[in-house]
Structures are given as structure tokens and as C-alpha cells.
Design a protein around this ligand. Sequence first.
Ligand SMILES: [Zn+2]
Length: 226
Amino acid sequence: MSVEKHTLAAGTPYATPYYVISSGVPGPVFMIISGVHGNEPASSRAAQGIASRLSRGDLMLRSGKLIIVPLVNQIARRKGIRGNPDLNRTFPRGQGAPARHPLSAAVWQLALRYRPSWVLDLHEANGLSELNSKRVGQTLIISPVSRAHGLAKQIVKRMNQTITNRAYRFNIRHRERAGTSRMAFQRLLGARAVTVETCWSLDYALRVRLQSEIVYHFLRSQGMIG
Ligand SMILES: [Zn+2]
């Protein structure tokens, strides 16, 4: 296994680290991005934690290749804001269409280089999906026709078996929105793309743990970790 740390958008104000973890064994290319929005800290903490565990050798990648961008939008994070413009509306909207922001363009270029078959975009949101069908806190969001549906459903079920407070249970949401990373990855790259959302009102450490567990479930399902 090798772990390389590089810089995305190097030499620009948007520069941010990313990791390429290669198992050396044939398998899926799996991409994790987080911190597309600057005010969703638990998701980035989880992504960084996973990258750090792999870097230290505490976690081994058994097959395939894993690309992790733990904190896409450093500037928005420093300001503690979602980001202006909303980066998750600036991904390419059609074949050959450009990304509308230098950062989403850099993430898109990285994806074009590695061609992931899976992409998780880690976020946080307001509200609890179990209590309000309009809210996306505690959800896995997929597009209505996604091939990720079966696995996402299984993972929601597994997660909910460990969550004792019913209000905190996860649900699947079907959404299609132009300019999101999810739609670009699915429509234009043919990847199985899932947006992971924890709820802001939960304890920070719990959100980090839930985000991490969801990622591990996905990686395990692909035989990439033990
Ligand atoms: Zn978000």
C-alpha cells in the first residue's frame, strides 16, 4: 500500500491537500470529497481521520485505489460559511460543460484523471429526516435512478441498528439537482455517487463517528477494507 499526499489547485488561493491511497491490488477506484461547504466540520474531520489512519498504517487498503479530498473549500471553512457561490451548484451540468468555479473545476479534473466508480460527498445539514420528510439531516442522498440505491439502503439499515435514539435514524432521499457534485459524477462519469448528510444539531463527536462508519461500510462493501 502507498499513500501519497498532493495539493489540489496548487499555487492558487484555493490550494488544498488530497490523498491518493493505492493498495497495489486491482479493485475499484473510490473517491471521497468533503468540505465542499465550509460550515460542515464533522464531515471533513471524518474524511481527514480516515486519510490519517491510512497514512499511519492503522487502516489498510486491501484492493483498489482511494482518493480523498478532506477539505475542498478551505476559504469557506476559515470563514465558517457555506461558501459564496455555493460550490455544490458549480459542477459541470452536461457533457463538455465547464465547472463554474476554480475549485469545482480542480475536483472535476482530479475525478477525470482517476475515473472513480464510487464517489461519496460528505456534508452536514439542518433537521432530522426521521422527523421531517423535507429535511436531509441524517440521510444518504442519491439520484432517483441511481445504481447505488441497493447498497445505500443496506447501509442505512445497518447504521440504524446501532442508533438507539429513533430521531437520529438515517433515511434515503432521492434528489436530482443540477450543478451538484453528485449529479455530475453520476451523469457525466457514470459513477455511483452518494451524498452523506449528518445533522448539525447532534453532538460533534457523534457526527464524526457516524460519518466515518458510513464511509467504512461503503469501503467494506467493495472489499477495500477489512
Ligand atoms: Zn453541504
